[in-house]
Write a protein that binds this ligand. Structure first.
Ligand code: SF4
Length: 369
């Protein structure tokens, strides 16, 4: 028996070595699963043909699900205040150099009105964990936007709140919630966050959001300090298990005034490969080509789309405050008005052969692909 096991193991190893990266990509696509070694091989290959095959496979799957449509969401950054102290974030409470602002109700409604006139049918309201935006204030804002724009989706990204708070916001009219899980490894999570933050609470929040009925987005930074193949593998398995409607990933970019300010940025190439892998693992997912990708590479968002992303989020925030939502250094798109931002994004996407759409673009698990 022992001999059989050993020969099986030898056979497995030989088989694995004979499998080319192309076969691995087909395997991921067909099974919607990946092994740790397959992930390592894809992230480490230098073979251009393999990377191109990964890109074209992911794009084929995205196109089969959503055609050549890229969904545009209008982003409104409500507040640069935050009670948390995440080690990677420029808005952390300990960063005394961060410029703090809050949008008033009226400023938020103005952003929505401008966005609606520009055609946006999804508003993404994002902010640090700021007690000023308590349930009363936030429910008032959400229900006003819901009343004024019944045809629009309202996405919130306001961090960890109580289940009751998530329920109240859902009842007020919010449809979607983005909460990056940051890492699916509790040990890695503890190295990225201050001691009062809890990995388990974050995961509990994600499950609570799903149970309430939100379309939920999770996600992580690529190349964050202490990230390994094993933590990335855990991230991908978390996505497979949790089956989120959206996944937001972007390269880690260091932020001045944080403990990680001297850490190297994440790699664009690794981010693109992971975008493609996520598309193959979870074909109907809504997958943004993030601003962080565009910050590290002049064509970062276009490349993201070519590797399987299908969402972009032009900024609708008032121009005066854009640069103050400084979660990382050198963030792009802080100088344009909303209309310019929309036109620029649309132009870039058209140039690479895709069509931008501003409709709600809801997650559809029944798509054929
Ligand atoms: S990542 Fe979010 S929760 Fe953490 S400090 Fe930044 S804004 Fe606050």
């Amino acid at each position: 028996m022992l001999t059989l096991v050993n020969s099986d193991q030898r056979f497995d190893k030989l088989t694995f070595n004979f499998l080319s990266t192309l076969n691995i990509i087909d395997h991921i696509r067909n099974t919607r699963d990946i092994t740790r070694d397959e992930l390592e091989q894809i992230l480490e290959t230098e073979d251009k043909a393999s990377i191109e095959y990964l890109r074209s496979s992911a794009r084929e799957v995205a196109t089969a699900a959503y055609g050549n449509k890229i969904f545009m969401r209008g982003l409104i950054e409500l507040s640069s205040h935050c009670k948390n102290d995440c080690l990677y974030c420029g808005l952390r409470r300990s960063n005394s150099a961060a410029v703090r602002y809050r949008l008033s109700d009226e400023q938020i409604y103005d952003c929505c009105e401008q966005g609606y006139k520009l055609g946006f049918r999804t508003f993404v309201m994002q902010g640090g964990e700021d007690g000023w935006f308590d349930d009363k204030r936030m429910c008032r804002i959400v229900s006003t936007v819901r009343q004024r724009y019944p045809d629009c989706a309202i996405t919130l990204s306001l961090g960890e709140r109580s289940r009751e708070s998530y329920q109240a916001l859902f009842d007020a009219g919010a449809n979607r919630y983005l909460l990056r899980h940051e890492t699916a490894s509790p040990e890695h999570y503890a190295r990225l966050h201050s001691a009062e933050m809890s990995f388990q609470n974050r995961i509990d929040c994600l499950y609570a959001l799903k149970e309430i009925g939100y379309q939920v987005g999770c996600g992580f930074m690529v190349g964050s300090p202490y990230q390994t193949i094993d933590t990335l593998y855990a991230d991908l398995q978390f996505i497979r298990t949790f089956q989120p409607q959206m996944v937001g990933i972007g390269p880690f970019i260091s932020a001045t005034g944080t403990p990680f300010q001297d850490q190297p940025n994440g790699k664009v190439g690794t981010t693109l490969r992971l975008l493609a892998i996520i598309r193959l693992l979870h074909p109907p997912v809504l997958l943004p080509a993030t601003t962080a990708l565009g910050t590290l590479h002049p064509q970062g968002r276009e490349l993201g789309i070519q590797f399987g992303a299908n969402v972009v989020m032009p900024n609708l925030s008032p121009r005066d405050h854009r640069k103050d939502y400084a979660i990382y250094d050198n963030k792009i798109c802080t100088g344009e008005e909303a209309a310019e931002c929309r036109a620029c994004t649309e132009g870039r996407i058209r140039k690479i052969g895709y069509e931008t759409v501003v409709d709600r673009g809801d997650f559809n698990p029944n798509l054929e692909y």
